[in-house]
Ligand binder design. Structure first.
Ligand code: AMP
Length: 424
């Protein structure tokens, strides 16, 4: 038999990588609790129709789609929002608003694999459903800021835009929704010329070109320029005012807004309002992104319900932390290995190991039947903190020998004080 490798774009996360990911997951989960988001767990496999309805051409083409044995067209989720919107129109339909929902798990997209881009990756997802207020938009920015800050990331910044500005102009110029979506998709890929070519009307094309070129010295200045530029386009003007309000709230709370970009668009088709991304200088891919989607729940058969959300790309956050040489804010607990001096002491030693676990200490038991020197050498190699050496004479006195493997020092410790000694 040949040896097997993971499928292209899929990765094994070995213990250190799995730990790094789990630590980031723990931080997002903790943040969710602090902001009042309740966790739900939804299926990895969803109806194709649900996932494709408003995700946009880009994501539709990259979905892992198949027919199950019952002839149902299904797909692996490429993101969480569609699943949460499904819940908001079914099982959670009658929940009081606002509804704050958190999810974390793997998602799947047939992207071209490269650094920070995989076909199976992890997202932590926050949705705030039921509010159209700018403080709701600000909240998803702030909780994203909290996650980044808690993890110790440096120099990250937000890029913000507003789909309502572009759509406002296009709608008033009678460009229909299908063309609008195509234009936004092209803009998302920064193919601006291609995007503008899709606009038949010359005047409208010029307006959009002018809009995308707007730049100010600060994010506020850019936003203000946008606001003045779109005067006369009522919906676009309202969108620009909304953007400024969100910007004010987020900035007042210390959220580092790097840029406001009038030509910023995102691949997902369901966005209707503020959109954003968070980046670090070391990576050329975003660590997270989100925005407002006020029509999706209605499209899925619910009451018209405004909503805003964000997905954090956990693999990329881990990558950014590694690049910035950051350690997880979660303190690693001390570990121990219990080694009986001779086979006859196995049962006593096992009891001792269990006693330590019951006291919350992470304990391995020597199961290879190795001689003491070899067992110690192995534990040291694997960076275990302490070896608990169980010997006959010590046992009789109610003690064991504890060896600090890093310091290469050993002392005799009362069994009653053993757990505390290792923990602290
Ligand atoms: P999106 O749903 O496209 O807004 O993506 C949200 C976040 O997921 C992005 O900001 C990335 O951090 C992450 N992400 C998207 N695609 C990939 C991928 N192929 N591999 C790893 N992370 C990804």
């Amino acid at each position: 038999m040949p040896t097997f490798q993971p499928v292209r774009g899929m990765r094994d996360l070995l213990p250190e990588d799995a730990e790094a990911l789990n630590n980031v997951i723990a931080t997002t989960r903790e943040t969710a609790k602090l902001y009042g988001y309740r966790e739900v767990i939804t299926p990895v496999v969803e109806p194709y129709e649900l996932l494709s309805a408003k995700s946009g051409e880009e994501i539709r083409q990259r979905m892992f789609t198949f027919k199950d044995l019952g002839d149902r067209m299904v797909a692996l989720r490429p993101e969480f929002t569609a699943s949460i919107a499904r819940l908001a129109t079914t099982a959670l339909r009658n929940e009081p608003k606002p509804l704050r929902v958190f999810s974390v798990g793997s998602v799947y997209r047939y992207d071209e694999p490269q650094r920070g881009r995989y076909r199976e990756f992890w997202q932590a997802n926050f949705e705030l459903i039921g509010s159209s207020m700018p403080e709701a938009d600000a909240e998803v920015l702030l909780l994203t800021n909290s996650v980044m800050k808690t993890l110790g990331l440096r120099n990250y910044s937000f890029k913000i835009g507003h789909v309502g500005v572009i759509r406002g102009i296009l709608s008033q110029e009678n460009v229909d929704d299908t063309i609008q979506n195509l234009i936004l998709q092209r803009m998302d890929k920064k193919e601006y010329d291609e995007a503008f070519k899709l606009i038949e009307q010359e005047k409208c094309r010029e307006v959009l070109q002018g809009l995308s070129a707007l730049k100010g010295a600060t994010p506020f200045e850019t936003a203000e320029k946008i606001r003045q530029y779109v005067a006369g386009y009522a919906k676009a003007e309202a969108a620009a005012n909304n953007l400024i309000e969100i910007l004010q709230l987020a900035t007042a709370m210390g959220c580092p807004i790097g840029t406001v970009d009038a030509a910023f668009a995102r691949g997902l088709e369901y966005y209707t309002g503020m959109i954003f991304e968070v980046n670090v200088p070391e990576l050329d891919v975003a660590l997270g992104g989100g925005g407002r989607y006020d029509k999706l729940i209605e499209i899925f058969g619910g009451e018209p319900t405004p909503a805003v959300g964000v997905a954090h790309g956990l693999d990329r956050i881990v990558l950014a932390m590694q690049t910035q040489k950051l350690r997880s804010p979660i303190q690693r607990k001390k570990t121990a290995v219990v080694i009986p001096v001779k086979q006859e002491l196995r049962a006593e030693a096992l009891k001792l190991a269990q006693m330590l676990r019951d006291a919350g200490v992470s304990v391995e038991f020597e199961v290879m039947g190795r001689k003491m020197a070899k067992a110690l050498e192995d534990a040291d190699k694997r960076k275990v903190d302490y070896a608990v050496i169980v010997g006959e004479r010590e046992l009789k006195e109610g003690t064991v020998v504890v060896r600090d493997l890093a310091k290469r020092e050993q002392t005799t410790v009362d069994i009653a004080k053993l757990a505390a000694k290792i923990r602290d």
